[in-house]
Design a protein around this ligand. Structure first.
Ligand code: HXC
Length: 260
């Protein structure tokens, strides 16, 4: 798998995708979008792959935002009619049902922060910095930042970050529930890959169902969310992997998953 702006590597059942424009701090241009859509599409379609990790190359940035040089040449009609930023959500979030983790190493700003927040969860290195500084460019978040950041950290911090462009460090981000875990910079990739391998070793139907039901908490009221959860639970009880998982527990052995 060869791409212009990313690298993709399969390590057993985990796909590692690395944003690879270190000279521009992995700024997200149209080519990155095309490459990511292709890579995530292949990950989703490949039954041997069960979890993905997305990270940035270099030690400075996950992604310092949408590519400002590319954006500076576009008019409102280009953004609106092409719906460039809409495609990130429709192609990378909505179509990918398998779990994936963002391993944030350094700056995750603007679209970079928004891309990280599209992941199922974020593991951050100690030098990670999150921010929505679009206001300083005369714009605003356009890939879900105002919504996902607010849902994650609440109104006070989200509003402050969007209005002032202030960056949030890793420790604060963990306290504010933006990230699942903070790890030393040197351990980031290992830790993210370990988490991904753990998830990849889970029964596949249960992994997708767990992701769907947690995400439903952001889309529905409590009653509907609980019904959705119970229905998925009930569907899982009919799976071969439920019988195998429970038998494996009783027989004190590892489960051998069929994905059925
Ligand atoms: C294009 C970028 C870039 C970006 C950095 N670079 N961010 N190029 N788009 N978003 C480039 C710089 O131009 C520079 O290239 C090289 O990367 C290194 O960056 P420096 O600024 O020299 O590094 P440093 O001084 O360490 O500062 C790091 C930084 C700063 C604080 C992250 O680069 C920065 O503020 N970047 C912009 C962050 C930002 O505003 N992001 C939001 C973008 S808007 P050269 O060629 O000069 O060496 C957005 C909208 C999305 O994301 C939502 C949809 C509407």
């Amino acid at each position: 798998m060869s791409y212009e702006t990313i690298t993709v590597e399969q390590r057993d059942a985990v796909t590692l995708i690395t944003l690879n424009r270190p000279k521009s701090l992995n700024a997200l241009n149209s080519q990155v979008l095309d490459d990511l859509i292709d890579a995530f599409g292949k990950f989703e379609a490949d039954a041997s792959q069960r979890c993905a990790v997305l990270t940035g190359s270099g030690d400075k940035a996950f992604a310092a935002g949408a590519d400002i040089k590319e954006m500076s040449e576009k008019a409102a009609a280009d953004f609106y009619l092409d719906d460039f930023f809409g495609k990130w959500t429709s192609e990378i979030v909505k179509k990918v049902r398998k779990p994936w983790i963002a391993a944030v190493n350094g700056f995750a700003l603007g679209g970079g922060c928004e891309l990280a927040m599209m992941a199922d969860f974020i593991i951050a290195s100690e030098n990670a910095k999150f921010g929505q500084p679009e206001i300083k460019l005369g714009v605003a978040p356009g890939m879900g930042g105002s919504q996902r950041l607010t849902r994650a950290v609440g109104k006070a911090k989200a509003m402050e970050m969007c209005l002032t462009g202030r960056m949030m460090g890793a420790e604060e981000a963990e306290r504010a529930n933006l990230v699942a875990r903070v790890v030393p910079q040197d351990d980031l990739l290992d830790e993210a890959m370990k988490s991904a391998a753990l998830i990849a070793g889970m029964p596949p139907m249960a992994a997708v169902a767990n992701k769907e039901m947690v995400n439903a908490a952001f889309e529905t009221g409590l009653d509907q969310g609980i019904i959705f959860e119970r229905r998925l639970f009930q569907i899982l009880t009919a799976s071969e992997d439920k019988a195998e998982g429970m038998a494996a527990f009783i027989e004190k052995r590892e489960g051998n998953w069929k994905g059925r």
